[in-house]
Design a protein around this ligand. Structure first.
Ligand SMILES: Cc1ncc(COP(=O)(O)O)c(C=O)c1O
Length: 485
């Protein structure tokens, strides 16, 4: 397919723009001369119908939750009910300006306030901020609050954050960005935090432990109460990476497990699909002893009025312009209101049921390293296929494309060799899951009987197998006029 720049023909765009009826502005008053464009703006010259066709054709090449099953473990490509989109686009919400006086945006503030209250109820925390724009951003906000907490108590020697070896990469990255030394805690043979290893790493230098529950293997940390006791007894705090909350919402609460800070991925648990370049939202909840450090402004209710309150001297400050990604918050609010408490519980139960159903039916063909009741996702591997015919997890993933399925996450968590991390969201029907299972079995059969077919997949996609190392190391994502003209 040609790039739109390659379709460009001088003067094809006959659009008439009426002459400006305002005086020109001298832009150099606000932007330095050095930032002004020197030459002509190299926009492609195509007429309207060709531009529409170009982008329509491109959109048909994309794959999303509205196209098919998307079992991307840890990413939770959840179906976003269309009513969520509808409310987020209501002109009274989508058309608001963040600089509007608060008395004109009372409804929006009410939505934010109630979303925070619902999240408190679901997670068992006392207060929430909706500012962070993603899970990783929520982690940063939460860990900054942990730091502020220790600092305020004069406990400045705590320079280390503990992170399990199964953790999502954003956990150690966050701790590092906030200035902590990261120390890894090992998993035991059951895929859970190794208590002995944890004990040996705790001490007066430890600020806290970042934990995902269920963890990235889809397993519930059964010793969470003991872990919480150990961390708190040594003076540390417990951080909950709530990216996997969709496995337990309405059933178990991180606040009751002893967590002091949690972040929630609204774009995973509450409707909006993860990824896809769209905005996310990673609200952070805290227990009372950390509330004074929450970012400002906080949305508060005084009588009948909702206000933006900046008066928190120990706040870590602002972590995002304005008040968070409001559109995603509206979608999450709609999702929660539409499902209600029972509905949210049901969503978690279905996510867990679907994951266990698929795991059960794949265990004869694929190696399942931790084969017991899982939560919303599980890890299978291509180890049998690799050992028998050198077919890798990547080959299985590429083969799925030929059947019209998006592959699961591969090679994560890092502690599992040839990992295929499968998360079938709660909205998938039994028929869809059965079809996916049949396709996975068919790929396993092909790996046995005709490994070359799997190793050279995909065969029926628009582009075949790409040089992924080159794409990652030397990405060429800009069109250069001189090269292509
Ligand atoms: C367990 C876990 N933690 C943290 C994150 C980070 O979330 P985000 O991608 O919104 O930054 C993810 C993302 O998928 C995750 O799966």
């Amino acid at each position: 397919m040609l790039l739109i720049f390659e379709k460009s023909r001088r003067d094809s765009n006959k659009m008439n723009i009426p002459p400006a009826d305002v005086d020109p502005v001298d832009i150099t008053q606000t932007i330095g001369e050095e930032y002004l464009r020197a030459g002509e703006l190299p926009l492609p010259d195509v007429n309207e119908v060709e531009a529409v066709r170009h982008y329509t054709a491109l959109s048909k090449r994309a794959y999303g939750v509205d196209d098919g099953f998307y079992p991307l473990g840890s990413c939770t490509m959840k179906y976003n009910p269309k009513i969520d989109e509808w409310t987020a686009r209501l002109p009274g919400l989508a058309g608001l300006h963040p600089y509007q006086p608060v008395e004109t945006v009372q409804g929006a503030l009410q939505i934010m306030h109630e979303t925070g209250q619902w999240l408190c109820e679901i997670t068992g925390m006392d207060e929430f901020t909706l500012q962070p724009a993603a899970g990783a951003h929520g982690e940063m906000t939460g860990v900054m609050m942990i730091k502020a907490y220790h600092r305020k108590r004069g406990d400045e020697g705590r320079n280390t954050m503990l992170v399990p070896d199964s953790a999502h990469g954003t956990n150690p990255a966050t701790a590092n960005v906030v200035g902590y030394k990261v120390v890894e805690v090992k998993s035991d043979e059951r895929g859970l935090v190794d208590l002995e290893d944890l004990k040996s790493k705790l001490g007066p230098h430890v600020a806290g432990l970042m934990l995902t529950n269920p963890n990235t293997l889809g397993l519930f940390e059964e010793n969470i109460l003991e872990i919480s006791r150990l961390v708190h007894e040594s003076g540390g705090l417990l951080y909950y990476d709530g990216a996997n909350l969709n496995a337990i919402m309405g059933i178990a609460r991180p606040g009751d497990m002893g967590f002091d800070v949690v972040h929630v991925n609204l774009h995973k648990t509450f409707g909006t699909p993860h990824g896809g370049g769209g905005p996310g939202s990673g609200p952070v909840g805290v227990k009372k002893h950390l509330a004074e450090f929450l970012p400002v402004p906080r949305v508060v209710q005084r009588g009948e009025q909702y206000l933006l309150d900046y008066d928190y001297p120990d706040s870590i400050g602002k972590v995002k312009e304005f008040y968070g990604n409001f559109g995603v918050i509206v979608k999450a609010y709609t999702y929660m209101r539409a499902l209600g408490g029972e509905g949210l519980k049901e969503a978690s139960r279905h996510a867990v049921l679907n994951a266990n159903y698929v795991k059960h039916h794949l265990r004869d063909e694929y190696h399942i390293p931790f084969d017991r009741l899982c939560k919303h996702e599980f890890v299978a591997t291509a180890r049998h296929q690799m050992d028998a015919s050198k077919v890798s997890a990547l080959d299985v993933a590429k083969s799925l494309l030929d059947y019209g399925y998006h592959p699961p996450t591969i090679y994560f968590p890092l502690i599992v060799r040839e990992a295929l991390m499968i998360e079938p969201p709660e909205t998938e029907s039994r028929e869809r899951l059965d079809d996916f299972i049949a396709v996975m079995k068919e790929i396993a059969r092909a790996a046995r009987e005709n490994p070359e077919q799997v190793k050279s997949a995909p065969h029926h996609t628009v582009v075949r197998r790409l040089d992924e190392v080159k794409a990652a190391r030397t990405p060429l994502v800009r069109w250069e006029e001189t090269e292509n003209a």
